[in-house]
Design a protein around this ligand. Structure first.
Ligand code: KG4
Ligand code: ZN
Length: 353
């Protein structure tokens, strides 16, 4: 069954065609980065308006690249949560329009579930990382950072083990980049600059290093860099810039990796998966591989196109539900909150070791 996936939760307008085995027939992502860059972050109103301009063109492009028409589709999947309300509504309404006009079943997908299952996407000419259930998923993006135990693809099979108490990891990258005078989004820029840097010059401690907690905190790192800039001014040389980026990045990565390994050991789960935009970070990919090898854990890292926001992961998560015969009523709406957080926290989700 071919499923059209639609994504508009933040600053990417995406549409993709994927089947329930994860084969990606097309994956179109139209980024709004240039639109928001002058403001140093996503401006919700501008995001919604730009999604409106782009959504139908992006859907048409996804079908064209998959070389199919609407009649070849078996269903529609759309990100309905979490995200910016106005932005989400654009994708939700477009998806409902397609489903209504073509009499197709539709499913609402949680963006975070999409990220966690993105490891199963099979992109042509790309090596697929092998992951098996159960796995420990580290999801680090611009809006969320948490560790999950994933026993299967349904929401009821995904349990949050620990999350950030304040900023998401990607948010910290973006805020630090802004503080030291880099552009938006900061993650890829910091990653690039840190490659030539000496992380030891600014020995920033990994936050929340307490052994018994699976929670994160990244706002202190941002404050450390802001204080450094307040006292010394913005980095004056390429070397200082690179060293600061490397020191900050190492602290973030150490925290993410240590807690993920700890979670796998505590849960006695041998498989680890990285997900979300920050999983594109080269130091996180390298360091997670090293730590997992040392701990005897298998690690699956999706290709970068599957880590950052895309509609293929939404199509796949939706295709699994549709294949089970599930469908949502056309009256569903968008929500800024994830269903994972709600279900897991209510049930005493976060755990202390
Ligand atoms: O998953 P994503 O595309 O969107 C959200 O759902 O938030 O994640 C975007 C975040 C941004 O904060 C961006 O700076 C960060 O992922 N990011 C990175 C890298 N590439 C993207 N952070 C660190 N290193 C990277 N290479
Ligand atoms: Zn995302």
């Amino acid at each position: 069954m071919l499923v059209l996936g639609i994504e508009s939760s933040c600053d990417e307008t995406g549409a993709a065609v994927v089947d329930e085995s994860g084969v990606v027939r097309s994956d179109v992502v139209r980024s709004q980065v240039a639109l928001h860059a002058p403001y140093g972050g996503v401006v919700p109103e501008l995001a919604s308006r730009d999604h409106v301009r782009a959504i139908t063109l992006v859907i048409q492009e996804a079908l064209a690249r998959a070389e199919i028409g609407f009649e070849a589709l078996g269903g529609v999947a759309v990100t309905a949560r979490p995200g910016l309300s106005g932005a989400l509504l654009v994708g939700v309404q477009a998806a409902k329009g397609v489903a209504w006009a073509r009499d197709l079943p539709i499913v609402a997908v949680d963006h975070l579930v999409g990220h966690l299952l993105a490891v199963f996407l099979r992109r042509p000419a790309t090596v697929t990382a092998t992951a098996t259930y159960p796995f420990i998923g580290l999801l680090a993006s611009g809006g969320h950072t948490a560790i999950y135990r994933v026993d299967g693809p349904s929401i009821s099979e995904i349990r949050e083990l620990g999350a950030t108490r304040d900023d998401a990891a990607g948010e910290a990258f973006d805020k630090v980049a802004k503080a030291i005078g880099l552009g938006y989004p900061g993650g890829p820029l910091v990653d690039q600059l840190a490659r030539g840097g000496d992380a030891a010059r600014f020995p920033i401690p990994a936050p929340m290093a307490r052994r018994d907690s699976l929670e994160f905190s990244f706002s202190g790192l941002k404050s450390f860099v802001a204080r450094h800039v307040a006292q010394n001014g913005k980095p004056k040389s390429e070397t200082e810039l690179a060293d600061l980026c490397a020191g900050f990045q190492r602290a973030v990565v150490r925290s993410l990796v240590a807690k993920t390994v700890r979670a796998a050991q505590a849960e006695r789960v041998g498989s680890v998966v990285l997900a979300g935009g920050v999983a594109a970070n080269s130091e996180l990919r390298r360091s997670a591989a090293e730590a997992c090898a040392k701990a005897g854990l298998s690690l699956a890292v999706p290709p970068i196109a599957s880590c950052t926001d895309n509609a293929a992961m939404i199509a796949y998560a939706g295709a699994l539900r549709l294949a089970r015969g599930e469908r949502d009523d056309l009256s569903f709406s968008a929500s800024p909150r994830t269903a994972l957080e709600r279900t897991t926290r209510k049930g005493g989700g976060r755990r202390e070791l």
